[in-house]
Ligand binder design. Sequence first.
Ligand code: TRP
Ligand code: SF4
Length: 404
Amino acid sequence: MSSIDFQRRLVSGMRPTGPLHLGHYHGVLKDWTRLQHEYDCFFCLVDWHALTTHYESSADINRYLQEMAIDWLAAGVSPSSATLFVQSHVPEHAELHLLLSMICPLGWLERVPSYRELQQRLQGRELDTYGFLGYPLLQAADILLYRAGLVPVGADQLPHVEFARDIARRFNHLYGREEDFELKAEAAIRRLGKKASRLYLSLRKSYQEQGDVEALNTAQALVKEQQTITIGDRERLYGFLEGGGKLILPEPRAVLSDTPRFTGLDGAKMSNSGSNAIFLRDTPQQIDEKIRRMPTDPARVHREDAGEPTRCPVWPMHLTHSSSDVCQWAEQGCRSAGIGCLECKAPLIDAIASELAPLRERALDYEQSPDLVRSILAEGAERARDEARDTLVEVRQAMGLNHR
Ligand code: TRP
Ligand code: SF4
């Protein structure tokens, strides 16, 4: 625990249920390519999560897995900066999920907002299953297995990260106790020296009494800086900040991506379940065709009818892809019927095609050698397993499962 800096650890995941589109690129993948240089990133292709909802069409999962890995690589997620791996290649996810299931109250799972919602949205699938109910717990295991402090996700995933925090807290509460913890923590604080211990105590107070998260971060940094303390003391000092026990599983925080929902070709949210998406590896011809066929302001029946950009699904795409000059040109041209819709779409087609060109280029190598992708994922799984094994040693021991 002491050797890893969980505030620099980051885990995220995606379910391999279809090809990735522009919305994924702007909402998630571009963020990942930035974060991979700043944090120790674990990006997981969560095939077991895909099975919880798509167990009846599981044959597709393998194909999507390979394709999604290529999409990630094409977008610039780099195996030399981040760890890319498949969830089921790291069986430790399953063991931690099982162990956490022992302490996970059923009510917590049933209360996760996405549960009923997704069950209703995916009507037609039988989701009254044990596996689907456990979806958030499996996700918690994904995160806690790497003792990650940060989880970059969209707003829809906030309840899941919150859930992972609750589980971590409960785990630490149940198993992070040791005899005389308080006494040992106090001794550890004294060993920090006068100045540092005073600072530690006042930061702890601000966090515990006022919930001051900044103070918590500063105090954790303070503990991290200490070079001469033992591993045990370090864990106690971390644990004492947040509660009354050793910190075995740190509580992760969500990092929200700030990109708004991405509008699809039909004006609804871009999704891969509909036919309204531009996929990351669409060819220029496909992009051209898709955008040309996009519906526009329904009031513009004829070229000479004035239009209103805010009623047109093309407009939000201009806002995300075009310069302010082009936006102004489109807006005015539309309202004055000065330009036709195809004219209006032309710069957009160019912008999207040139945005995606480097992705298609990067994907080529991987498309031609599936083995290369496989070996990247195999290497990622090895790296992930190394971390995962360490966590499980501590978890098993904390739960009393160290009889060997
Ligand atoms: N549930 C997430 C989603 O649908 C995917 C996911 C699984 C995940 N495990 C994770 C995201 C761990 C972040 C961290 O988007
Ligand atoms: Fe939409 Fe552009 Fe046509 Fe106006 S001119 S309706 S913004 S495509």
